[in-house]
Design a protein around this ligand. Structure first.
Ligand code: SF4
Length: 271
């Protein structure tokens, strides 16, 4: 489990809660699974480095705020569902076997043959086509898992909760360097319907992803950077991009152990 520090000296009560929240995730060993549904979408290099170096990673609480806010919202909704006798399944976890490996996925909500997932996110990110493609794969994995566990699923939905929603931006194109990357959503929180994949397509896609992770698991940290570098995979439903370098700088706990990133900085990985 990563060590959560408080070098930036945020409020102590908040720090304690962030620490507790960050340490509350079920580990692979406890959960008895190979990978989670959300990991399957990410770059194998990032996922394996994080798993291999989990106990060596140090992250400051001030860098966990987005994750903390998201977890708090999810927990709060779940607590309310439990307290009020909500008729759906809140925070339901399923497992499925793919290529002999157990994949685990936690669904936020299942009600009336519909899986819903909450995303506490930024308006820019939610509006991007690439983000929505990633959500599409995640939700279709969930559908596959739920069906394998006896559920009938007819609808998939994302409920984005936009932390920085600005009414004057709604519906406007998101443009970067002259290229349209998507458009801002119309509301701060509204259902985003997710296209449903053909079941065989989902199964084959999942098998391909698991096989990619199995191959990556066999190689050293150094070879991960050469054979499975982040940013090279062209699968539009996976999210292996570097996001113009932001992924390494702001969203990767494993960056201190990554040879690809060290090379970009002209450094070497310590140890
Ligand atoms: S530091 Fe960057 S390149 Fe290295 S694993 Fe993390 S996201 Fe990938």
């Amino acid at each position: 489990m990563p060590k959560i520090t408080n070098k930036k000296k945020i409020n102590h009560a908040m720090f304690v809660d962030i620490q507790r929240t960050m340490n509350s995730h079920i580990s692979r060993e406890e959960g008895g699974y190979y990978l989670s549904a959300t990991e399957i979408i990410c770059p194998p290099q990032q996922v394996w480095l994080k798993i291999r170096h989990d106990d060596e990673i140090e992250v400051d609480a001030s860098d966990c705020i987005d994750l903390w806010i998201g977890t708090c919202c999810h927990d709060h909704i779940h607590e309310s569902a439990k307290a009020t006798g909500y008729p759906g399944d809140s925070e339901k976890r399923f497992k499925v076997e793919i290529c002999g490996k157990i994949i685990s996925g936690g669904m936020d909500d299942i009600l009336d043959e519909e899986i819903s997932d909450y995303k506490i996110t930024k308006a820019y990110s939610a509006g991007m086509v690439s983000t929505q493609a990633k959500w599409e794969s995640q939700l279709n994995i969930y559908k596959y898992m739920a069906e394998e566990n006896g559920y009938d699923i007819k609808k998939l939905s994302i409920w984005p909760v936009l932390k920085d929603f600005k009414p004057w931006e709604k519906g406007k194109p998101i443009i970067k360097k002259g290229v349209q990357l998507g458009k801002f959503l119309e509301k701060q929180c509204a259902r985003l319907p997710i296209p449903i994949w053909d079941r065989n397509f989902t199964k084959t896609w999942l098998e391909r992803r698991v096989q990619r992770f199995m191959a990556a698991e066999e190689v050293s940290d150094l070879m991960l950077s050469k054979v499975f570098p982040c940013g090279r995979c062209t699968d539009k439903f996976a999210d292996e991009g570097l996001w113009e370098g932001r992924r390494c700088v702001d969203y990767c706990m494993a960056s201190g152990f990554c040879h690809q990133y060290a090379k970009r900085l002209g450094k070497k990985v310590k140890g």
